[in-house]
Design a protein around this ligand. Structure first.
Ligand code: C5P
Length: 308
């Protein structure tokens, strides 16, 4: 039984991520793909209220479509930290209330963000005293994006995406996120990429479809140079879901500097000058699109939001 601090409650606000670039290498023997990805945290966030409470561990989440059972990565985070503390049996003596804002099955790292926040909050509530480095190592056992969620800002991700190299924060940019009515499972998106590579369907062939338009090859401002957005998963996903191309085209028509699918989709993000995002978002509203306004976040801001 952990040493329970007196009725402690911790509030953690984990941020969503977008992938400014995502280069997917070959499939490895363990079923994962080698990645090179430039990750960026944005201000869009969930809120977890983590409280010390006697009895079995519990999770409450009232967002339709988001499970509060053991399939939620928050449970996995509780299991992993509990075990790392040398405890046996099921986790106990903590309760988490999860308020969702980050859309699920969107490629925005929402589940990973919640798991990262659970690690941080439970670390305090259970008095586990693990360092951030320890939590990042435990996070990698939960999902490839979890370590980044514990770091935030801008970072280069390698291997499965869990090996991180910090880079200069980007200039602050406005971000519009559009989530269509459908979601995409990460495993499925990587499966489609493998399928298309096997069948030699090239990104060019997908781009030739008028309904799967790709982002302009634009360079965005960067302290140490310039960067062109790219995402190897976008062609295979937009071939199966042409609406992705429509969302990108709509963002570019509203003056986005660049727009592309985030991670494995189904959300698309668009970059704007900071002041331009809200106006564009109003123009982009459609009954079947959830349109959210956000901005890029520095590593420092992300850490503050996580209570680190
Ligand atoms: O690591 P995570 O649990 O988020 O990954 C979900 C799925 O996405 C994996 O089971 C795998 O199918 C796919 N994936 C991959 N290569 C990566 C990351 C994820 O193939 N680098």
């Amino acid at each position: 039984m952990p040493n329970l601090p007196t009725s402690r409650t911790v509030i953690v606000r984990p941020s969503a991520k977008i992938n400014l670039t995502l280069h997917v290498g070959p499939k490895r023997d363990d079923g994962y793909h080698d990645l090179r990805t430039l990750l960026q945290s944005i201000t869009l966030h969930d809120t977890l209220t983590i409280s010390a409470r006697r009895g079995p561990f519990g999770l409450a989440c009232h967002m339709p479509g988001v499970p509060s059972d053991r399939s939620n990565l928050v449970w996995r985070a509780a299991d992993v930290l509990w075990e790392a503390m040398g405890q046996t049996g099921a986790p106990r003596d903590a309760h988490i209330k999860l308020e969702k804002v980050i859309p699920s099955q969107a490629g925005l790292g929402g589940g990973s963000a919640d798991a990262a926040a659970a690690l941080v909050g439970l670390n305090t509530v259970w008095g586990a005293r693990r360092s951030r480095r320890d939590l990042m190592r435990l996070g990698a056992l939960i999902g490839s994006d979890v370590p980044f969620c514990l770091q935030g800002g801008t970072a280069l991700g390698a291997a499965r995406g869990e090996e991180l190299y910090p880079v200069d924060d980007t200039h602050r940019m406005g971000v519009v996120v559009i989530k269509p009515s459908f979601g995409v499972s990460t495993a499925e998106a990587y499966g489609w990429l493998d399928e298309d590579r096997k069948a030699s369907v090239t990104a060019d062939a997908a781009a030739a479809r008028p309904d799967a338009s790709h982002p302009r090859d634009v360079e965005i401002g960067w302290p140490s140079g310039a960067l062109a957005l790219s995402n190897d998963l976008m062609a295979p996903v937009s071939r199966r879901h042409p609406e992705i191309g429509e969302m990108v085209a709509a963002c570019l028509a509203q003056g986005a500097v660049a727009a592309q699918m985030s991670g494995s989709g189904s959300a698309v993000f668009a970059l704007f000058a900071e002041t331009g995002a809200a106006r564009a978002a109003r123009q982009l509203k459609r009954p079947d699109w959830l349109v959210l306004v956000s901005r890029t976040q520095t590593r420092r801001e992300a850490a503050r939001s996580m209570g680190l």
